[in-house]
Design a binder for this molecule. Structure first.
Ligand code: COA
Length: 211
């Protein structure tokens, strides 16, 4: 499969590395609006995202490799491609249960574990070493940072960001676009549009709603 990568920052570097580990995918273009003048390097075209409609064809898929959840959503809305246009990528060292379901444009990084009955929506990032235990539900545009742990039956609503090394105990829900800080231990559900940090996690500041 030929792939177009959107984004050329740090998260994109890790996604590109993941793709190098897969034998059946080739990156044909990296698109980022910071690239003012297009160029080709090692057979990969570097261009602005304006080139996407020209490059997106049959037998080509796209990955939005941008770590920030709201930016990922804005880009997906702007491109307005069908969900199947987006590749689902899993690093060969990750374990994904056959009873788990991953959405379009979702990436699972090295050493992550996704156990039975868990569901991840579209454009979700399950980062290096993160653990998603049984029957968790991750809605679209969630980002689970490195080494974060969701124990069983955890629910993350759209756009949630769980910081590195955070742990969520069973059955908690994190409301849409909320953030659990790095290292947080989430023992109670977090409402939408809130930041929570610490052990046990406490609500700190409100998050502005994205348009
Ligand atoms: C929680 C977070 C989003 C910052 O939120 P914020 O509202 O902007 O917080 P601020 O940086 O203004 O800090 C506010 C207070 O919270 C504290 N704080 C921030 N992050 C914290 C954390 N993870 N744990 C405990 N306390 C934290 C700060 O020390 C500060 O305390 P003070 O008021 O006593 O000085 C951020 O610190 C964080 O943890 N992000 C996750 C990063 C991550 O894991 N990225 C992975 C990318 S792959």
């Amino acid at each position: 499969m030929k792939l177009i990568i959107v984004g050329n920052g740090g998260h994109s570097q890790v996604v590109q590395d993941l793709i190098l580990e897969l034998n059946d995918h080739t990156i044909i273009a990296v698109l980022d609006d910071q690239i003012l003048e297009g160029y080709k390097l090692n057979n990969i075209l570097y261009e602005s995202t304006l080139k996407l409609p020209v490059l997106y064809q049959d037998e080509v898929q796209v990955v939005i490799a941008v770590g920030d959840n709201s930016t990922r959503k804005k880009l997906a809305e702007k491109f307005n491609l069908p969900p199947e246009a987006y590749a689902t990528l899993v690093h060969p060292s990750a374990f994904v249960s056959k009873q788990a379901v991953l959405g379009h444009g979702t990436v699972v990084m090295a050493n992550a574990v996704i156990n039975a009955g868990s569901l991840a929506g579209n454009h979700v990032i399950i980062n290096s070493g993160a653990i998603v235990e049984h029957e968790c539900k991750l809605e679209h545009y969630v980002h689970l940072s490195p080494n974060a742990t969701l124990t069983g039956n955890v629910s993350l609503k759209e756009g949630v960001h769980i910081g590195a090394g955070a742990t969520l105990i069973p059955k908690v829900t994190v409301g849409e676009w909320s953030v659990a800080g790095a290292g947080a231990v989430v023992t109670k559900s977090i409402p939408s549009f809130q930041t929570a940090v610490g052990c046990p996690a406490r609500l700190t500041r409100k998050i502005e709603r994205i348009s």
